[in-house]
Design a protein. Sequence first.
Length: 227
Amino acid sequence: MSFKKVSHVIFDLDGLIIESESIYATVIGEIAAKFGKEYTRDIRLKIMGTPEPVTASTAIKELQLPYTVDQFLEEYLTKAKELLQHPKLMPGAKELIEHLHKHNIPIAVATSSAQDVLDVKIQDHLDLISLFHHVVCGSTDPEVKHGKPAPDIFLVCASRFPDKPHPDECLVLEDAPNGAKGAVAAGMQVILVPDPDVPEEWRKPATLVLNSLKEFKPELFGLPAFD
Ligand SMILES: O=c1[nH]cc([C@@H]2O[C@H](COP(=O)(O)O)[C@@H](O)[C@H]2O)c(=O)[nH]1
Ligand SMILES: [Mg+2]
């Protein structure tokens, strides 16, 4: 299979750079359990990668929770911020970010997180995050009207590089099917690095699926190869 050459790379954050997905699953799982409900894989697939208000409304609807969006968000974000202070990095993330930065490839982050939650999650990794040209936070950025799986966040992210690349010059790296759909809708190629339990059907929108960022060969997309 051949891929188109790109010049810019846009990274997702949760589940792609940092290992936060298991924590989000625990937080929503605990809220569900209080009401005798189970946060199943199928509900999680719908929620993963969405901005916080959509995470809240989807969880309330799918789990039939007796909460308003604001009540859910209050509990969800308080617990998430407690548990997300020291997330580990995903395998291969640091090496890839440093490699692309060293070769002057413009890189940025497009996360559905809110800015204040992002600040908590990245506090142990500020040196690494500083290598990105910019970070777009979908839940709080006024220019991002619709969250993933809409294309908005990726288009806004591309437009904030100084040379404003065309979508087909951007490669997106994502862990969530919602993110992969958004990237494709934006006209970008997308590599999906999914949780092992993401079913085949949900992987289909991706240009390429990898088990880990360690498997990524940048030269397939016209980017500098690892030495
Ligand atoms: O089990 C999960 N619940 C909720 C989320 C939501 O998805 C977003 C992750 O954003 P991204 O992968 O775009 O960084 C977070 O804002 C979080 O609210 C998630 O990832 N996983
Ligand atoms: Mg993600």
